[in-house]
Design a protein around this ligand. Structure first.
Ligand code: TEU
Ligand code: CA
Length: 550
């Protein structure tokens, strides 16, 4: 079995992780200083979001030069040291490759702007007049996906910010350039890559208006995407690296193809369907209570079908684009510890590779910013204005942001109870919530029963039990939408995982019985009987293990 199937990955957002030089911005040397902490979690890889040179309009997802380090974050020597020192600790570094688009500051785009035909063909330019964009497609950050360049009398496509121009993957020279970038980093000793929105790279030959949507149906999992990924992999030896593609508005059939080893595309995929169960009518900016029935259904489908067809899931609740899960599906007040641990258990016992996003292992919450001036994210600021233009009051708009903004996941890592949460000596670029006084690494190291120590235990269980790594999955039907139960099975080993996603007790219709079962991990004190679960306490999760003689 491949190594990635046994691994756990820790995601770092460098800007918010640890500031080593007191400018209020996290940096590479900050990460190096925390390698022993990361090692102590038991993880195998670190995925760091981009630290390449960039104007930082989208915090580094707007790359100016893929081979240079943004001085705000450090130097190439720092990155080499990070790779080496992580390596000494048995941890591989995975870099974030933003290959769907570049910053408009990238020299390719700058040359294109000057009318250089070679480089204009690196991007997606279309003729037009200043008043009508080539199509009605919308940017993911709000507004048209097209920007007009008057000197060229052409529009260029940007699915994200106006400063993030989409690359033209149909141009073989573009594909060669991107392969060279991968080879450059492979030679530096990185062990893997995360590919940003990589299922958006292939646009249709003829671009047309979307009468029913924002255009995504034309370019998500686009016409040549599988072919381009196979080529990228074959030509760079990427197969020997751990790779994960971030898939935006994808579907399971494509994800099976992306991640089935026989296809030689990627090791695994992120998809976001399970993180949209609280979007009203699919709209992130309309609040709704989570639909647990849907959540259960999605996990069941993605777990079982990926297994049947030899695909592989990246498992996650949190990342730098998402609000904190304990504030979202848990209860950060009455059941902070219990719900954070339940959510962790549910994910870490599934089939796939779990990702932990910095601070998730502490049960970090949404920061609860209540003033628009607290926000930094380009998407949040755009949508604040869009929401107000749509007629929401200031209060309503702020309430929505406080639950949906990407900045909810970007507040500083909480290291201790000090003034700036131990993140920096100076005021951080984005502020830390009050609760850093008790939600922090230092406090949780001292508490045997902390969320942090619970994560450590979950990570070590995956290492120890084959059934967690490669067992089959079967969801067991339950009447209550908030009760999720699944079994994992492999020769000689069986696991039952039951999770209560609600703040009240749940009595299963039939007691969950598991003869010969012993408790591997539970977020509540011991039970009387472990082979029979008659009631689940609020946000309780329990994992029962049984070694069968077959
Ligand atoms: O995100 C892709 C993406 O589409 C979303 O996560 C997006 O932020 C959200 O759906 C908008 O509501 C990736 C990166 O993770 C993100 O940080 C970048 O901003 C984006 O690509 C562009 O590179
Ligand atoms: Ca710094």
């Amino acid at each position: 079995m491949k190594d990635y199937k046994k691994s756990t990955i820790y995601q770092i957002y460098p800007k918010s992780f640890c500031d080593s030089n007191g400018d209020g911005i996290g940096d590479i040397r900050g990460i190096i200083s925390k390698l022993d902490y990361i090692k102590s979690l038991g993880v195998d890889y670190i995925w760091s979001t981009p630290f390449f040179t960039s104007p930082l309009h989208d915090n580094g997802y707007d790359v100016e030069n893929y081979r240079e380090i943004n001085p705000v974050f450090g130097t190439m020597e720092d990155v080499e040291e990070l790779i080496a020192k992580a390596g000494e600790r048995g941890i591989g570094i995975m870099l974030d490759m933003v290959f769907n688009h570049t910053s408009t500051q990238h020299e390719w785009f700058q040359k294109a702007l000057k009318g250089d035909k070679t480089y204009m063909d690196y991007y997606i330019f279309k003729d037009g007049t200043p008043d009508t964009p080539p199509t009605n497609w919308q940017s993911k950050f709000g507004g048209s996906a097209w920007e007009y360049v008057s000197s060229l009398k052409k529009w260029y496509l940007h699915l994200f910010d106006t400063t993030q121009a989409d690359l033209n993957w149909d141009n073989p020279s573009v594909r060669e350039e991107l392969k060279e970038i991968l080879r450059f980093w492979m030679a530096k000793g990185v062990k893997g890559f995360r590919f940003d929105v990589v299922n958006l790279i292939s646009k249709p030959e003829v671009l047309e208006d979307d009468e029913t949507g924002d255009g995504r149906k034309f370019y998500s999992d686009g016409p040549h995407v599988h072919e381009y990924l196979k080529e990228l992999s074959a030509d760079t030896g990427m197969e020997n690296y751990i790779t994960v593609g971030e898939m935006s508005s994808t579907n399971i059939d494509h994800c099976i193809r992306y991640s089935n080893p026989d296809e030689k595309e990627l090791s695994m995929c992120f998809n976001f369907h399970h993180l949209k169960v609280d979007y009203k009518d699919g709209d992130k900016w309309e609040l709704m209570q989570p639909d647990y029935r849907r959540l259960k259904e999605l996990f069941e489908i993605w777990q079982t079908r990926m297994e049947q067809q030899n695909g592989w899931n990246a498992l996650f609740w949190c990342n730098h684009d998402q609000p904190r899960i304990v504030s979202r599906l848990g209860n950060e007040k009455e059941y902070w510890k219990e719900s954070a641990k339940m959510l962790a258990t549910f994910i870490h016992m599934l089939r796939g590779t779990p990702y932990i996003y910095q601070g998730e292992e502490l049960g970090m919450t949404n920061p609860g910013y209540s003033d628009i001036r607290a926000y930094r994210d380009v998407e949040s600021i755009h949508y604040y204005n869009i929401l107000k233009n749509k007629g929401k009051t200031e209060q309503e708009a702020l309430e929505i942001l406080s639950q949906r903004s990407r900045d909810n996941g970007r507040s500083p890592m909480q290291w201790d109870s000090g003034k700036y949460a131990g993140f920096s000596e100076q005021e951080p670029w984005i502020s830390a919530p009050e609760n850093h006084t008790f939600i922090n690494v230092e406090a949780e190291e001292q508490d045997k029963d902390s969320i942090l120590n619970f994560y450590r235990k979950l990570i070590s269980l995956r290492k120890r039990y084959g059934v967690i790594q490669e067992g089959t999955v079967q969801f067991i039907d339950q009447k209550q939408p908030e009760l999720l139960v699944y079994m994992r099975t492999m020769k000689g080993q069986k696991l039952l995982v039951a999770s209560n996603f609600s703040g009240h007790e749940i009595v299963p219709e039939e007691p969950l019985s598991f003869a010969g079962g012993e408790c591997l991990i539970c977020n509540y004190p011991q039970r009387d009987r472990e082979d029979r679960i008659e009631v689940l306490r609020p946000y309780e999760s329990i994992v029962l293990f049984c070694a069968e003689s077959t």
